[in-house]
Write a protein that binds this ligand. Structure first.
Ligand SMILES: O=P(O)(O)OC[C@H]1O[C@H](OP(=O)(O)OP(=O)(O)O)[C@H](O)[C@@H]1O
Ligand SMILES: Nc1nc2[nH]cnc2c(=O)[nH]1
Length: 182
């Protein structure tokens, strides 16, 4: 099957977990909380490519404080559903030094990615680190880091849509899906 048909078949067999309207409400809630917490500051916002691209694009216009924007790019899943070692494609830069940094990501799963980002950003001299993730997966494991702000909780299943990919596809979906459990 070619990759276009394969992607359509994956979506056909998927279950919707968070409909698009609920996604929008969750993003607006995060914006409200960030506006309350960060008003009076001018943070450097770092978006974690590629998963945070949709969340970032929808969140930023709802923030009411001035900010600087940059991105980092790190991946540890690739096209797989299992996490591996971190692959840094664009690392945090010296521009984080002395800044309040707000990192935006789509998902907190095992927390390895956010923990590594936090460690690097603080090592480069950020004065304060905040994180906002669209979704947090439910887990019984203890994570190395927590998200300061999040929008929705998700079951411990592989999810896609709203920036999150499945085999590289479907980041463009406005809702969040999971494969049906067999
Ligand atoms: O909490 P963790 O278990 O570390 O996983 C969370 C990370 O996994 C996803 O990125 P991924 O590695 O899939 O890269 P991508 O954003 O390019 O899809 C997601 O965007 C988070 O950055
Ligand atoms: N797309 C996607 N990326 C992830 N990274 C960690 N967990 C997940 C997941 O469930 N879906």
């Amino acid at each position: 099957m070619n990759s276009d048909l394969q992607a359509k078949s994956i979506l056909d067999q998927a279950e919707i977990l968070i409909p698009a309207e609920q996604v929008q409400t969750a993003v607006a809630n995060i914006a409200c909380k960030l506006n309350a917490a960060l008003t009076g500051t001018c943070p450097l916002v770092l978006s974690v490519m590629g998963g945070a691209v949709v969340f970032t694009g929808q969140l930023l216009p709802q923030l009411t404080f001035p900010l600087d924007f940059d991105y980092i790019h790190v991946s540890r899943y690739g096209n797989s559903q299992e996490g591996g070692s971190l692959n840094w494609k664009v690392e945090p830069r010296e521009n984080v030094s002395g800044r309040i940094v707000l990192v935006l990501d789509d998902l907190l799963d095992e927390g390895e990615t956010l923990a590594a980002i936090r460690q690097r950003v603080m090592a480069l001299g950020a004065s304060r680190f905040y994180s906002a993730v669209f979704a947090v997966k439910q887990t019984k494991k203890i994570r190395p880091v927590h998200a300061d702000f999040f929008g929705v909780e998700l079951p411990c299943r592989f999810v896609f849509g709203f920036g999150m990919d499945i085999q590289g596809k479907w980041r463009n979906l406005p809702a969040v899906y999971a494969l049906r459990e067999k």
